[in-house]
Structure formats: C-alpha cells, structure tokens
Design a protein around this ligand. Structure first.
Ligand code: BV8
Ligand code: ZN
Length: 245
C-alpha cells in the first residue's frame, strides 16, 4: 500500500472513531526546529538527556542542569508551533470532549497552538517548582539566574519536569489510562517509543480494542504493533488526516 492509501485508510478510521486519543513525542516539534532527544542533532554538547534529566544530576550539579534547561528555554522561546500542532488543535475542535492529547514534550508548543484537552505527562519547561515549599509557578524569564530561588521561601527552584527515575503525577497517569482504554483510535505521532510509561501506551490502547496509527519519519520498536504506520514528517502528514475520508 502507498502512503496515500494509508492516509485514506487512516481518514476512514478517524471518521468512524467515537473517541480519539493522541500521543506525541519530540518528533512533532522537530518540524518547529526543536531538537529531538535521540536524533542526530541530539540535545546539548555531548551530554545524554538520561545523564542530565535526573534528580541525581540535579542534586550533584544543579548549576549544570539549570544551564541545560536555560539553553533549551532560550532555544524553544524562538520556536513556533507548526502545522502538525495546529492540525491536532483542529482535531480537538472536531472531537471536543471525545478526544484527549497526551504529550511527552515539555516545550509547551501544543498549548501555544491552542490545545486545551491535554496531559503534559513529563511537565512543562516554562514551569518551575520550589524544592522547599513545592509551589509550582509559570516562569518565562530568559535566562533564569544560574541557581534560581523561590520568592516565598528562598529555597532552590527546579524545573517542573518529570526526570528519569521520577514517577509521573498520579492524576495524569489516571487521565491517560482512561483516555487509552476508552478510545477507538490511538494516534501516535513522532515518538521513538523508548521512554516508559509512554512507550507502553500503544499496547494498552490496542489491548482495549483501539486501532493504533503511527506517524513517524522512521520505523520504531512499536511499528510491528501498530495497525497503520504512516512514514513521513508530522507537519506534512497530520494535516492530511483532517480531510474527509
Ligand atoms: C517512571 C523530561 C516509575 C525531561 C523526559 C531505571 C531506573 C528508573 C527508571 C527506569 C529505569 N529503566 C527504565 C526506566 C523507566 C524510565 C525509562 O523509560 N527510561 C528509558 C531511557 C529506558 N522512565 C522513567 O524514569 C519515567 N518514570 O518510570 O516512573 C519509576 C520510578 C522510579 C524507578 C522506576 C520506575 C519518567 C520518564 C520521563 C523522563 N522525562 N522528559 C526533559 O525533557 O527535560 S523523557 C524525554 O524522552 C522527553 O520527554 C521525550 O519526549 C521523551 C521520549 O522521547 P521522544 O519524544 O520519543 O523523542 P525521541 O528523540 O526519542 O524520538 C523522536 C521520534 O520522532 C523519533 O522516532 C523520530 O524518528 C521521530 N521524528 C523526528 N522528526 C520527525 C519525527 N517524526 C515525525 N515527523 C518528524 N519531523
Ligand atoms: Zn518555596
């Protein structure tokens, strides 16, 4: 089957879907110029995200971890949502309360595009959390001081982001579980399917009877599991799903 046939088939399944759940990863923001985690452009100097995005790294060298996040905040601040983010907003406007978006991305580009019904399961790079009093606040200062402190209690602030080895927030996990078990179509866009628990979401949805569609530049570890694999750039393929079947 050609990609066109796959797109037609995907449109048909979407048109018949009572409930739609979407999972996105760094690939959907790659078309906005935000580096992916495991792509050739990598993320930062010769560090791996797994070395920096951990509570141990922050404990050991908060200044280095904040340097990385300041670099990413500065980079992301210059990026716009792309046609794939906007197509996801259009899907939300059509499905309304029968759609849920789960994103692994912390760049905030889905919210910037207008998505409202979403779980940012790994947090948001524009939010900070106090390591003392736990208060979470939005903060768009660029750059933040090398070791930013809480206005309320002067303790060190950290990114409000889920690091490797940290559990996701209970309420988000519960919301995702509901959205995965209750959808007819599970659309997976731009993720390498490496990081858990998100990497296990396609099998949860499939076991619950959903049709799983994957959009990715390449094949991924979950490509054998999905019902339909559309290979190409998210910014080109996701908008094509908006047309009638
Ligand atoms: C957890 C925030 C329970 C950081 C991120 C040992 C000890 C502890 C835990 C573990 C362990 N072993 C395994 C684990 C579990 C661990 C894990 O999965 N590790 C991996 C590395 C094996 N997971 C966790 O720790 C999670 N918590 O399990 O809690 C627990 C608790 C304690 C102990 C045990 C268990 C928390 C994981 C969250 C980590 N935080 N982000 C930050 O961003 O600063 S994850 C990070 O990776 C990003 O959020 C990113 O989104 C995510 C996944 O990556 P992708 O989005 O898929 O990006 P990637 O670059 O990999 O792929 C891009 C894809 O797009 C590619 O396929 C490419 O082909 C495609 N693409 C590129 N361009 C395009 C495109 N597609 C379409 N169009 C394009 N243009
Ligand atoms: Zn505080």
């Amino acid at each position: 089957m050609t990609t066109d046939d796959h797109i037609l088939l995907a449109r048909r399944h979407l048109a018949a879907a009572r409930k739609l759940t979407i999972l996105t990863g760094a690939g959907i923001s790659a078309d906005s110029g935000v580096p992916t985690f495991r792509g050739a452009d990598g993320l930062w100097r010769n560090f791996r995200p797994e070395d920096l995005a951990t509570p141990e790294a922050f404990e050991r060298d908060p200044r280095l971890v904040w340097e990385w996040y300041n670099w990413r905040r500065e980079l992301i601040a210059t990026k716009q949502s792309n046609s794939a983010h906007h197509a996801v907003v259009e899907l939300e406007q059509r499905w309304v309360d029968r759609m849920w978006l789960i994103t692994q991305n912390v760049d905030g580009l889905h919210r910037a595009a207008g998505s409202q019904r979403l779980s940012e399961i790994h947090g948001n790079i524009w939010k900070v959390r106090c390591t003392g009093c736990g208060v979470v606040s939005e903060n768009r200062e660029i750059p933040l001081p090398p070791l930013p402190t809480c206005r309320l209690c002067q303790a060190l602030l950290r990114p409000h982001i889920v690091w490797f080895g940290e559990s996701l927030w209970e309420e988000e996990i519960h919301r995702c579980d509901e959205a995965l078990r209750d959808c007819d179509v599970f659309l997976v866009i731009g993720t390498s399917g490496v990081v858990y628990p998100a990497a296990g979401f396609a099998s949860v949805a499939k076991e619950a009877g959903a049709m799983v569609i994957e959009i990715n530049l390449d094949r991924t570890p979950q490509s054998n599991l999905v019902d339909l694999s559309l290979q190409g750039r998210a910014k080109d393929l996701v908008p094509l799903l908006l047309y009638p079947a």
